[in-house]
Design a protein around this ligand. Structure first.
Ligand SMILES: Cc1cc2nc3c(=O)[nH]c(=O)nc-3n(C[C@H](O)[C@H](O)[C@H](O)COP(=O)(O)O)c2cc1C
Length: 179
């Protein structure tokens, strides 16, 4: 499959098969591919918490469901919780000088690596930005002052889950070409 095809196939799964766990080898492969992600000054300012133990995964799911949100997470069989680590002095200083938040950019790129490796392995995913950070930190023994930036729900799509049409800005709106 070309990368173009992979990108067209990947979509946020909101219909996981609760009966199909994600194999540990696949989770390890996803993490290994995520290691290849580029980051500012190669600082890799993150730690991945990979949760597939059923009880803990159910607890993480609950943390994404405040105010009736993310009901689909109950059927996800694994989560990758991305904790931000403090960047080194060089990244911090250059970020400040250039008024850029490199760690957030790095985490976005990391997340993309996770999503696409999962998709390549036939594992569906959904990025979750709505979560109870405090509760997740308690569950995973993450320090109070640390930040959890993203949660990625993983699992196998339930049978009959269809590929949706991508609703995206047209190219002319998305990009300006300087030829
Ligand atoms: C930072 C971020 C946070 C998101 N948070 C949620 C979320 O809490 N719940 C959810 O169902 N989808 C969430 N999504 C998924 C987006 O809604 C989805 O990627 C977007 O609508 C495009 O659809 P697609 O992923 O199916 O192509 C999030 C995506 C990103 C990148």
């Amino acid at each position: 499959m070309t990368f173009e095809e992979l990108a067209a196939r990947r979509q946020s799964c909101r219909n996981f098969d609760a009966e199909k766990p994600v194999e540990t080898e696949k989770l390890e492969k996803i993490v290994n591919t995520a290691r290849c992600a580029p980051s500012a000054c190669n600082s890799q300012p993150y730690t991945l918490h990979v949760v597939s133990e059923k009880g803990l995964a159910a607890d993480i799911a609950k943390c994404t469901q405040g105010m009736g949100m993310n009901k689909h997470c109950s059927a996800a069989r694994a989560f990758i919780v991305i904790e931000e680590e403090g960047a080194g002095l060089l990244v911090k200083t250059s970020g400040r000088l250039k008024d850029q938040d490199f760690a957030s950019v790095d985490i976005g790129i990391l997340c993309a690596h996770i999503l696409f490796e999962a998709e390549a392995l036939g594992v569906s995913s959904c990025v979750i930005g709505w979560f109870d950070e405090k509760k997740i930190k308690q569950l995973l023994a993450i320090g109070e002052k640390k930040r959890v930036r993203l949660v990625i729900a993983l699992g196998y799509a339930a049978e009959g889950d269809v590929l949706r049409e991508k609703k995206r800005k047209p190219v002319a709106e998305l990009a300006k070409f300087y030829r």
